[in-house]
Design a protein around this ligand. Structure first.
Ligand SMILES: [Mg+2]
Length: 166
């Protein structure tokens, strides 16, 4: 397994079919915050994301936000707003926060998936923790300066990968 290869590539979170997750035995979705659920420019999760989270809840699939963002107040406010559990200061790509989230949610790694918009934090952390990963496109072009550098390198790693929904 290549550590920088996601299990799936999907354009955006709401295109991840909840019935399909259920059919695959997924009971918990670990999900990145910035530019995955909440765009970095508007800082408000769009209705389509909220609807997707509602669908997960309808199917009794737990959601835990796992965020590297150091602004704990903002991360916790988002998690509360979206009705998710939260692990902040995650320090992805270190896999520790993923393992903490799995223990907190009481779900074995085989029944969880990590969704995020960055190869070198989200996907790498998920692979190091041994769970399925789904890479989505960032919701906005606004990124931290160092993330913008990673984006350039990321493009090289992604090559011609086809994202579902594009
Ligand atoms: Mg992100």
């Amino acid at each position: 397994m290549r550590l920088t290869r996601a299990s799936r590539y999907v354009h955006s979170v709401e295109l991840i079919d909840v019935d399909d997750l259920k059919a695959r035995g997924i009971r918990c979705v670990l999900v990145d915050r910035d530019n995955t659920l909440v765009p970095r420019d508007t800082k408000v999760a769009p209705p389509r994301v909220r609807a997707w989270l509602d669908r997960l809840r309808e199917e009794h699939i737990a959601v835990c936000m796992v965020s590297n963002n150091f602004h704990t107040d903002q991360v916790c406010a988002s998690a509360e707003d979206l009705g998710c559990a939260v692990v902040h200061h995650a320090m992805k790509p270190a896999p520790v926060a993923i393992q903490v989230a799995l223990v907190t949610m009481g779900v074995p790694k085989e029944q969880a998936v990590l969704v995020g918009d960055q190869l070198f934090t989200d996907v790498l952390a998920g692979n190091l923790a041994g769970i399925h990963t789904i890479l989505v496109r960032p919701q906005s072009r606004t990124d931290l300066w160092y993330t913008q550098i990673f984006r350039i390198v990321e493009q090289g790693f992604l090559g011609g990968v086809q994202f579902e929904g594009e």
